[in-house]
Ligand binder design. Structure first.
Ligand code: GLU
Length: 289
């Protein structure tokens, strides 16, 4: 196992995903600027080590709701129409990006915004263009900041959650590590909030049916759309694309540099290889919510 952690230190192209619940205050739903600031500082420091970084960030809908005083409406509420959600995303994505731009500029980094839908991957020309754009940005030393294009993504064309989106992005750009920052320490044998005997799993070498069953234990958050299920979908994409993936707790953003120093943080899903894995086909077949 130590071998796998050792090789984490050599990673060169890293995708980091952070969820809405990690970026907002529980009590109010407002942006947690200290957390964002720490995230940006960590990512800038990774860039300064000569590594390439892509950030996949949620929080657009949450930020937009707060801005227009709709924060009491849950993302999954029946009462909320698609148009309201999409309008909030339009407001919130701009705010989110404004904050990231400001923070990255303080650390002398250039950030770029990329908004995607399922079509970006499924359509061959779109995927080709997106791939080239990412490659160019990384070559320029820019940090791409990615989210789903929630303002236009409807049921038919949405990926639906950013765990899956981050793995898709990581596979498309040929990243060698994906880190999912969440409000949970990693994968447990059961939901640790309900079962005190639930055991923490440090490393996963193969996704068995048993493990997928354990994933049914979801996070306690009602802000983002991900749970352990979507993280296991991400793990499947990552492992089949020959990429290591780590789920870690965003409580302390400093976990990022500890992970990259090879420390045992979170659950590590070790890269596998599946020569038959076809990313666009997989994305086309993604379960639509
Ligand atoms: N794309 C959504 C947002 O920015 C969040 C999706 C997710 O939480 O997985 O608000």
């Amino acid at each position: 196992m130590s071998n796998v952690r050792e090789r984490i230190r050599e990673k060169k192209r890293i995708v980091v995903k952070i969820g809405s619940s990690s970026l907002t205050h529980n009590e109010t739903g407002d942006m947690d600027y200290i957390r964002m600031e720490k995230l940006v500082r960590e990512l800038s420091n990774i860039r300064n080590q000569g590594k390439e970084v892509v950030l996949v960030t949620s929080g657009a809908i949450a930020a937009g709701k707060n801005a227009v005083n709709l924060k009491d409406i849950r993302v999954d509420s029946q009462a909320e129409s698609l148009a309201v959600k999409q309008a909030c995303a339009a407001v919130g994505q701009a705010r989110l990006m404004m904050t990231y731009q400001k923070l990255f500029a303080e650390y002398n980094q250039v950030a770029a915004q990329i908004l995607m839908t399922k079509n970006t991957i499924v359509d061959n020309l779109n995927r080709y263009n997106a791939h080239n754009t990412f490659s160019e940005l990384l070559k320029m030393g820019v940090i791409p900041v990615v989210n789903e294009n929630d303002t236009v993504a409807t049921y038919e064309i949405e990926i639906g959650d950013n765990d899956t989106l981050s793995a898709i992005v990581a596979a498309m750009v040929g990243a060698d590590l994906l880190i999912l920052l969440s409000d949970i320490d990693g994968l447990y044998t059961d939901d640790p909030r309900k079962n005190p005997n639930a055991q923490f799993i440090e490393q996963v070498d193969a996704l068995t049916e048993d493990l997928i069953g354990m994933g049914k234990a979801t996070t306690g958050s009602n802000v983002g759309t991900g749970g352990m299920n979507t993280k296991l979908v991400a793990a499947e994409i990552a492992m089949k694309s020959n990429m290591d993936m780590i789920i870690a707790n965003s409580r302390d953003i400093g976990v990022l540099h500890r992970i990259l120093a090879g420390e045992k943080e979170g659950t590590l899903f070790a890269a596998g290889q599946d020569d038959n894995f076809d990313l666009p086909e997989f994305v086309k077949g993604l379960h639509m919510k």
